[in-house]
Design a protein around this ligand. Structure first.
Ligand code: SF4
Length: 383
């Protein structure tokens, strides 16, 4: 069932505004002693939320999934993982420009999000000394123009829908001036964090209509993690994208305490397919510093994913369960009593594309680097 929610603040003309908070003492539902204990966590990994999203939390439930998603945990300070776990630095070709896969370039054009997911794999971008993002996409546009193989451009960050509409329109226009760019993707969690970003902005909707053309579409790579995020305004936000010519799909990580449960995932997948935003990827969490409390082992993740697919509608079954590893996008295609079967769905080295390979089963492992290749006689599977 869709959760109806109304906003506390509206402008003349019915425009809705969410109110952002950046300090835990602006969230009175968290007891003062807990806030004090969490203070050092927010000094390391920044906190940001808004009144709309905070109202989705059931504060009577200490394990509430929306709470886990957005409210810091002390365990984030455990010494674990790396800030750039899949080595995005290695595929950075200019400031704010990543080119890892043949036909796709990423423009990291904004370093702010509608709120900060505690499990974010790019949390390094929100730190004061980081310079991997730039609002000035001119170097990226020049790079893309000089690379005719680039047919897909992903606007990411941070969240590009936190940029002004004027700036977004400039980027759409510049990308549409490059003939070989066919698909513009917008990676955004704003439909979950602030659905009014699209709903209230007729100028943005007009830009979608203008720049998402029958032959060259704009895709929204939406990021819903839990079915409770699919409120009435969120569904309307997706509908506004669809009505204005944007193709919508969803990608999200598997997060302990948020969606590591087959029934939850199946419900979200079915509802996403009903509203025209079917699941595309389920990502294994990267071993990013601060993310230990959100990790799910690969084998358990695969079991949850399989069960969710069994329960979901047909279109929901198009999702793939992948690891965004430094070497490529590795799909987890099967698990038996002894082995884990994997395949390069995307590969940094084009020679790896589509390559099938096998690792010994380890039920504690949560990343490709933790897995041990199988014994000699089975290596034939690798080719
Ligand atoms: S919306 Fe995306 S980039 Fe922003 S904090 Fe969440 S996971 Fe990270």
């Amino acid at each position: 069932m869709t959760t109806p929610l109304t906003q506390s603040s509206s402008e003349p003309g019915g425009r809705q505004r969410v109110k952002y908070v950046r300090r835990l003492d602006q969230v009175p539902e968290i007891p003062a002693d807990v806030r004090a204990r969490l203070q050092p966590v927010t000094q390391e990994y920044v906190f940001r939320a808004n009144d709309y999203y905070l109202r989705l939390i059931d504060w009577n439930d200490p394990d509430d999934p929306i709470r886990q998603l957005i409210i810091p945990r002390e365990e984030e300070l455990n010494d674990w993982g790396r800030l750039d776990a899949s080595n995005e630095q290695a595929v950075t070709v200019a400031r704010g420009v990543q080119h890892k896969y043949f036909d796709t370039v990423l423009l990291l054009c904004n370093e702010v999000c509608g709120a900060y997911c505690r499990y974010c794999f790019r949390k390094r971008l929100f730190m004061d000394d980081n310079d991997e993002v730039t609002n000035d996409v001119s170097a990226g546009l020049a790079y893309i123009a000089a690379h005719p193989e680039v047919s897909n451009v992903l606007l990411t960050g941070g969240d590009p829908l936190l940029m002004s509409t004027r700036r977004l329109v400039e980027i759409f226009e510049a990308l549409r001036a490059i003939d070989h760019v066919r698909i513009i993707r917008i990676g955004s969690k704003m439909p979950a964090f602030d659905p009014w970003r699209v709903l209230r902005d007729e100028e943005l909707q007009a830009a979608f209509r203008k720049y998402s053309t029958p032959e060259r579409r704009i895709y929204l790579m939406a990021h819903f993690d839990h079915p409770r995020e699919l409120t009435e305004p969120a569904v309307e936000g997706i509908d506004a994208c669809l009505r204005n010519g944007v193709i919508c799909v969803n990608q999200c990580p598997l997060i302990r305490g948020v969606n590591d449960d087959a029934a939850t995932l199946a419900e979200m997948y079915s509802r996403l397919s009903y509203i025209g935003c079917p699941p595309y990827y389920l990502f294994q969490g990267r071993p990013t510093a601060g993310n230990e409390p959100y990790e799910v082992p690969i084998v358990r993740g695969w079991q949850i994913f399989q069960e969710a697919l069994r329960r979901g509608s047909g279109l929901a079954r198009r999702a793939k369960y992948c690891m965004s590893h430094a070497s490529g996008k590795v799909e987890i295609v099967g698990v038996d009593n002894e082995r884990i079967y994997l395949r390069y769905h995307q590969a940094k080295d084009p020679a790896d594309l589509g390559r099938f390979f096998v690792r010994s089963r380890d039920d504690r492992a949560s990343w490709l680097d933790d897995l041990i290749p199988v014994e000699e006689p089975l290596l034939a599977y690798e080719h």
